[in-house]
Design a protein around this ligand. Structure first.
Ligand code: G3P
Length: 220
């Protein structure tokens, strides 16, 4: 099943009450069109959203630390308790060092949280796949927020990531993201062998978020 991961980032249109409304739209569209949609709101919005909707709710970042003296960190334990079922790791806007990525994946695994590790090119995709997350999501930073879809502007990075992961850890899924907005962008991503997309502004900043999400999932 095609996977759509909607990163709410810190956009006003996806913060607080707006985040809740957007998650409900994700749930409606997911049900109506039988597509898997994951909502990734800000940490402070996770609890309310996960109480209100049945679709999976992921964090945008997690730290690989446990209980104790780690002020300001985001732990797997707190995410789990808040109702999250997974987390993005190493997003382009929240980069981590290699050892921290590994610690974040381990922390998620020990609390039964799913993991999506973001990468910026085929080489980092290879490194991420070797750490066995559930998914890697390749996103060229220069296309993020540009409205220029990676699946059309840089098909090589998507195909290269899919091929690399198949060789290294075939059980790891591949997503792609950056500039994905329309159904045809998603279709191109799937044709390149990815299992879905990670996206944000094309839906979050749309005048009509529901319409934009419907267009994305029905146009593929
Ligand atoms: O996490 C998704 C993201 O970085 C891509 O952003 O706005 O280009 O869909 P956007």
């Amino acid at each position: 099943m095609t996977l759509i991961v909607l990163n709410f980032k810190t956009y006003r249109e996806a913060t607080g009450d707006n985040a809740l409304r957007l998650a409900e739209i994700c749930e409606d569209v997911s049900k109506e069109y039988s597509v898997k949609i994951i909502a990734a709101p800000q940490v402070a919005d996770i609890h309310a959203i996960s109480e209100a909707v049945k679709i999976p709710v992921y964090a945008q970042h997690i730290d690989g630390v446990g209980y104790g003296g780690f002020t300001g960190h985001v732990t797997a334990a707190s995410l789990k308790a808040a109702g999250a079922s997974g987390s993005l790791i190493n997003h382009s806007e929240r980069r981590l060092k290699l050892a921290d990525i590994e610690a974040s994946i381990s922390a998620c695994k020990s609390f039964g949280l799913a993991t999506i590790v973001c990468t910026n090119n085929v080489a980092t995709t290879r490194a991420a796949a070797a750490m066995k997350p559930d998914y890697v999501a390749v996103e060229p930073p220069e296309l993020i927020g540009s409205g220029i879809p990676v699946s059309k502007a840089d098909p090589g990075i998507v195909k290269g990531s899919v091929d690399a992961v198949k060789k290294i850890e075939p059980g790891v899924g591949v997503l792609c993201g950056a500039g994905i907005t329309h159904g045809e962008d998603l279709k191109a991503a799937l044709e390149l062998g990815s299992e879905g997309v990670l996206l944000a502004s094309g839906i979050v900043k749309a005048k009509d978020q529901r319409k934009a999400l419907e267009e994305l999932v029905t146009g593929a």
